[in-house]
Design a protein around this ligand. Sequence first.
Ligand SMILES: Cc1ncc(COP(=O)(O)O)c(C=O)c1O
Length: 382
Amino acid sequence: MKLFDVYPINPIEIVKGKGSYVYDANGQEYLDLYGGHAVISIGHSHPHYIHRITDQLNKLGFYSNSIEIPLQSQLAELLGKISDKKDYQLFLCNSGAEANENALKLASFYNGRKKVIAFKGAFHGRTSLAVSATDNPKIIAPVNETDNVIFLPFNDEEALEKTFAEQGELISSVIIEGVQGVGGIRVATQSFLQKIRELSTQYNAIFIADSVQCGYGRSGKFYSHDYAEVDADIYSMAKGMGNGFPIGAISISPKIKPWFGELGTTFGGNHLACVAALAVLETMEKEQLIQNAAEIGDYLKTELQRFDEIKEVRGNGLMIGIELPEEFNQVKKDLLFKNHIFTGEAKPNVIRLLPALNIGRKEADRFLEALSERIRSYKVKL
Ligand SMILES: Cc1ncc(COP(=O)(O)O)c(C=O)c1O
């Protein structure tokens, strides 16, 4: 049987990881500033993470949501504390798309409406409603096509106001990434997020903060939407939550009341997933990783802004986009194959940095030197 060939992959086999470094089958070391799509939050093979998962596996790996799982309440407690949303409610699932799918569905159950406002450049996942709210027609199958999603320009307050004025009574939810990831590291302005809050409250729509990529401390605050000092009604999360163990969740405002059977999943909130997520939060708290993300992120951004060749540096904390002119479009590839540094890409000429939240100055400096070397080598060639 062959694999279903949907991923354009790099010809590298990673066999080991430690902290912010990974190693291929030949023993070559790479600096990992991508974390496998923003997933590695506390570093590869963190000892506390290994201990927690191994310990749990020796007791019980899985049982479903038909019994009491106190680990879920422990996770809810700690997440409520660290995210400063103690009165919110936690629903656990398995991925980012599933988190958004549940968020959109819950919003619709809440107000009985059908329309969703999403934004140009958005990526919310590949399940049916999440993909319909994703601004990429190529990945929307005919069966997922719907008139229920209204796409508006990102950060355009006027367009938002106009849409609410015209269709406010029909709008179930507004879904927005605090920092668009796939869309090229574009930060939602504070006043735009405040406007979403204001209009959602006025029209009884649900404000969904997609924090799957930009959340969980990555931005230098727990949720990147926190920069605007607003509370969303639902936060969706996944990637960094389990440091590689598949887990997703939504954090739900107390105003939304559950009923039995409203949402559900077989695997969501299983014992292993919960301990993985607990290990991440415990480490984030103990090692002050949100603060580190803010500090190292600021350092990187300040240093990157000194490069004359870079068109724009965007992002918050350790979610950084570096927009380069077109002639530098080989930089990402060369960083990987010549400097052995993993970075991500968003749009053709934006390098995406999504490292673990515990990278240090050493790793940041190694990247800055490598980038400078790459840019110099291109300038010689041009
Ligand atoms: C902002 C955002 N939302 C949702 C998703 C979907 O997450 P998953 O791939 O876990 O389904 C992603 C994945 O890249 C994402 O970046």
